[in-house]
Design a protein around this ligand. Structure first.
Ligand code: MRU
Length: 342
């Protein structure tokens, strides 16, 4: 197993993560010892992908607890709650981020004194990372049955090892199928504007010896029409009772897949489910103009021209053929409101 995307270093009490903005040209592991640095890493997408954001959020709370000099339980709690709010607000769409923050914050709240709060926060953050890897492996194993031998699979963005502690959700399904001896080929959509598909999905799959071809996002529909794709599988940032939120462009693939009679699958841990919410209650992150108007140091859009840069879209559940979780494969009609908490 390669180095985890994000991990806690017990010796130094810091967290380590692979800087995903540098891949595939440079592989660099960053040591991060402050909440401020971590919030910036989350905003800049050095750490990204819903499950990895959950672990980052939890580890951020552990950093805050550990770094606090507070002598009383109440003073510590005040400091940690302030840091938790900053972490949870760093990106609004992936529900895993606030899920991870709240999970570790709960351990801090129930601790009887500051010393125990610090220990409990670090313990819980490490446990979250371990659980995340095990969860992805279970998602992969449940989902592998959906991949026929010899399949060509389209994916969007990066829902792989880099988006989690390891293995991946959508790419975890592909990895499990390949591990089971199935021949699988992946078509990775480049995923404009930040190219998570071209840079990250292609990097990690090629490193694992899984056949991957990068296409412009706009080529997907035509490949489906020509019969070159067997299925689509993507990850998710939040699954409400009526929609799947994922990287911008996902909805377009779901519509095209339905039109061409191709299954459209979503793979996500239960920590991505938000069944109490519906599509209209979710904030879609709008990112900076420069991500669209500049590329590789070149201006693409003339000054003064307006740009929209929504980072995610919502795909209605009616377009989703199945949702793979660590507990098994859900099929329509989805009754997500009936699920116990993840
Ligand atoms: O903006 P990003 O790169 O964080 O977006 C990530 C995605 O959209 C992923 O598909 C999603 O988080 C699932 S990751 C297993």
């Amino acid at each position: 197993m390669p180095e985890p995307t994000i991990s806690w270093d017990e010796g130094s009490g810091t967290l380590r993560f692979i800087d995903q903005t540098l891949l595939p040209g440079r592989y660099e592991v960053i040591t991060c010892g402050s909440v401020e640095r971590l919030v910036s890493a989350i905003r800049r997408l050095e750490v990204r992908g819903a499950p990895a954001l959950g672990v980052a959020g939890g580890m951020g709370v552990a950093l805050a607890a550990q770094g606090s000099r507070a002598a009383t339980r109440d003073a510590l709690l005040r400091e940690v709650e302030e840091a938790a709010a900053e972490l949870a607000g760093a990106r609004p769409t992936a529900v895993n981020l606030s899920w991870g923050v709240n999970r570790v914050l709960a351990r801090v709240r129930e601790a009887p004194d500051p010393a125990e709060a610090r220990r409990a926060a670090v313990r819980e953050a490490i446990l979250m990372a371990e659980e995340d890897l095990a969860t992805c492996m279970r998602i992969g194993d449940h989902g592998a049955v959906l991949i026929p031998d010899g399949a060509t699979v389209l994916t969007h963005c990066n829902a792989g090892a880099l988006a989690c502690t390891g293995w991946g959700t959508a790419l975890g399904v592909v990895r499990s199928a390949a591990r089971d001896g199935k021949r699988v080929k992946v078509i990775a959509c480049e995923t404009r504007p930040l190219f998570q598909g071209a840079r990250l999905t292609a990097w990690e799959l090629s490193r694992d010896g899984i056949g991957v071809t990068v296409i412009p996002d706009a080529a997907a529909a035509s490949l489906m029409r020509r019969g070159n794709l067997d299925l689509v599988i993507v990850g998710a940032d939040r699954i409400t009772r009526d929609a799947v939120f994922n990287k911008i462009g996902t909805y377009m693939h779901a519509v095209c897949a339905r039109h061409h009679g191709i299954p459209f699958y979503v793979a996500a841990p239960r920590s991505t489910f938000d069944p109490g919410a519906s599509e209209d209650g979710v904030t879609i992150e709008e990112r900076e103009r420069s991500e669209v108007s500049w590329c590789g140091g070149r201006m693409l859009v003339p000054d003064g021209v307006r740009v929209r840069n929504p980072a995610f879209d919502a795909t209605p559940l009616g377009l989703v053929s199945a949702i793979v979780t660590e507990e098994g494969v859900l099929r329509p009609p989805y009754r997500l409101g009936d699920l116990p908490p993840g």
